[in-house]
Design a protein around this ligand. Structure first.
Ligand code: SF4
Length: 234
């Protein structure tokens, strides 16, 4: 059963540290002052929105982890589920459904009943950043949660980085050097333990509108991942 979005309490922020962070951040995580201020401004402007650190969504035993950049202000930051409610989610969830990594109907609503199968979606940075641009310090701070997320997936086999920031966050969390794993759309980087990191351009409206990423290009990456995961079954 997939987890539904929930607000996690920040009742004990002293427990939050780079060492021993939980896989999911409390909705009111206090660690990035600029993003905390942005959350507060969004909560004031749109009090009915989620306006918190967005939890990962999907199968706790997933072999595929899709890594996005950060919640979009009026997408995941509004709905509380990654990629839900903005343009990027349309292509991502449609593709996950097509390749058997989701079941149900995506309605851009966290209560649409959609479930991920053998897959989870998370973000390199859990809070919405202004203009979708987290700072290097924010990316580094949120890495504690990302690293914990990786560690909490016992069957993790394939990581899919959507964009360079997700790619770099993944490498940093795994202690790998960027120079040895250059980002490229469609690239597959073998990792230790039989795992692999795939890269794709982010499925943002900007990338699809400009033709940098087409639906077919995106589908090709998922087709390769599907083959790899199916082969690992046998
Ligand atoms: S981006 Fe991550 S580390 Fe920073 S406040 Fe949000 S949850 Fe905390």
């Amino acid at each position: 059963m997939n987890r539904t979005p929930e607000r996690r309490s920040a009742a004990d922020p002293t427990r939050l540290s780079v060492q021993g962070a939980p896989a999911e951040a409390p909705a009111e995580c206090p660690l990035c002052p600029r993003l905390v201020a942005y959350r507060a401004a969004n909560a004031k402007a749109e009090p009915s929105w989620f306006n918190g650190a967005v939890p990962s969504f999907g199968d706790q035993n997933a072999r595929l982890l899709v890594v996005g950049l950060a919640p979009g202000r009026s997408g995941a930051n509004r709905t509380g589920r990654p990629f839900t409610g903005d343009y990027a989610g349309e292509l991502l969830y449609q593709t996950l459904l097509e390749f058997g990594f989701a079941q149900g109907i995506y309605k851009a609503d966290p209560h649409d009943g959609l479930e991920l199968r053998d897959a989870m979606i998370t973000n390199a940075v859990r809070c919405a950043p202004p203009e979708n641009k987290p700072t290097p310090a924010e990316i580094a701070t949120c890495r504690a949660y990302f690293s914990a997320r990786l560690s909490a997936l016992p069957r993790l086999t394939v990581l899919l980085a959507l964009g360079r920031i997700a790619h770099d966050q993944t490498l940093a969390a795994l202690g790998l050097r960027k120079a040895h794993y250059p980002f490229a759309h469609g690239a597959r980087h073998p990792l230790e333990g039989g795992r692999a990191l795939y890269d794709s351009f982010h499925c943002s409206r900007y990338n699809t509108n400009t033709g940098r990423l087409t639906a077919d290009m995106f589908r090709s990456v998922f087709a390769a991942i599907r083959r790899e995961i199916d082969a690992a079954k046998s």
